[in-house]
Design a protein. Sequence first.
Length: 210
Amino acid sequence: MKLILLGAPGAGKGTQAEILSRLCAVPTISTGNILRAAMKNGTPVGLQAKAYVESGKLVPDEVIMGIVRERLAEPDCAGGYILDGVPRTIPQAEMLEQLGIDVDVALSIEITDETIVERMSGRRVCSHCGASFHVANNPPKEEGKCDLCGGELIIRKDDAPETVKARLEVYHRETEPLKAFYEARGKLRTVDNQPSIPETTAAIRTVLGI
């Protein structure tokens, strides 16, 4: 399966991508995780991306596409993949097609802006491995500590309410038009956000027939 996950920042794409990756036995390609690793390590591309991310703006296409192209060329993507966080714009989607990178389904998780702001204020991310938790919906076993590596859980700057609202404005202007782009190609599927992670997963499985 070659799948693109669409939805506003904080819609749960990363969480669902991890679950679907296990169910379908294909890797998740999360540009967010790749970029965060580069920012943490202080690489040239990481420093470039950091200024955009912290101000709620999109990272330039040439940075994103370079990362994605290299990743999809690796052997573990031969049997399919899940793209989480790319494409974010119609030009990016067109660039993917020009590069011969195809998808079977573009799945959009539908959620209100109000729910997003509330949800992201409770998100915590491991400062060491990048694993994501939520104080209400997906709490760590021990408060403030990552279940996977024991690292400190922090609030990312881009999860602050003022940054979230700026990111939502960018999403509605730049990314939401992708729904029409993929609908015109007969590839769009939508699922409404559910009260819990397992319920959202169940709804997605129904839509995808897996």
